[in-house]
Design a protein around this ligand. Sequence first.
Ligand SMILES: [Zn+2]
Length: 429
Amino acid sequence: MKFLKIFCLFILLFTASNLIGDISTKYVFLFIGDGMSISGEFATSLYLYGTDKKLIWNSFPVKFFSTTWSLTSINKSNPDGYDTSSAGLLPYPYYSTELADNYFKNTPPTDSSASATAMSTGYKIQNGVVCIDNNGKSLQNIFDILNKKNIYNTCLITTTLFYSATPASFSSHNISRNNYKEIAEEILSVTKPEIIIGCNEYFYLNDFVKQNGYYIADSIDIKNTLPFYTTDKKIFVTLSNYSVPQPKKMKNNPGFSYKDNALSFSDIVTFATIKLLEKKKPFLAVIEQSDIDSANHDNDYHSMVGSVYELHDAVNSLIKLIQSNQTDMNWQNTLVIVTADHATGMLRFNENLAKGQLPHKMIFAGKNLLKIDRTVKYKSKNHTNELVGLYAIGAGSELFNKYIGLTHKNSQIIDNTDIFKVLKEVTTK
Ligand SMILES: [Zn+2]
């Protein structure tokens, strides 16, 4: 009898390990720089290294450009979403014409919910909507698919509200991205990602979080007690001590100043990665650095460089962790994707900035502009449909190759809906 029990246990363990063993891509990270344009990436690379294309993802083997347009962008003069005859096959600064700039200024841009829904469901939808199509039909997103299969854990990280458009589009369905309470409740009680880290302005939700089986903590604890807390419970961390560091203006000597006791984005991502690995289950982590977008809306070059640096720093720390051999992660079982949901601000360079160099902040006296720097200029305070970067490394990253040039011949362009196809293929094959 005892032998039979041991035999059954052996069969059970063997089957379970085989289930996991069949999965070649166990760990998937999708990093999204909200509003991160290619020119913003150039700016940050110039500040850090004095030359462009030196951010960590520039060294990834898979490097393409992605469209971001939504159904809201479609009209009579723009029937295809992205018109290469006006916009070009490459984004600024690789391609720069007045025609392209005017095209982007005059074409309705996507918002974060439409572009994140394209990445999470494979469908283009209207702006302002979360995972619902034009006929009011709810669209299955990648978290829904993974929840049904119950092989992968899911994780949501954002530097803004956890129920805001980008994380919401991976974990809820709503006719409006502004129905925050409904979205938050769906995330916590229906989708239930294994780990959630983000801001929360609805304090009543704290009880709701606990009722739905989460261990709840404040991000102040990430540096103190939380790393030692091991639990089978899901984890909800309210982000309270994160703010974008400011770059220091020192020629040839780039650096950032963090507020006292502030976390870096890298601290947050590393914490979540370690907690996810402790759960000994494959996972998909969707990780948004949202402050890039707000900095670009404000045409604030300094904060934009600070927030793109944060994303670069977090991805860099993750790559080091993968290559350290201290965890189960390696390039045969881990996929890292970095992209943006759309570009914001139309940053343009009048001259190249040197390492550590920053434009002056604009100084106003009332409405009078006292100081302006002409090394750079912004042509918009809004989103644009400019192509954004798509970078990938690791297990399954080669799958992006098959989507190249399908929507735009002889180009290096993929569609943002292709990101869903790759996420689905690596997690369900
Ligand atoms: Zn925005």
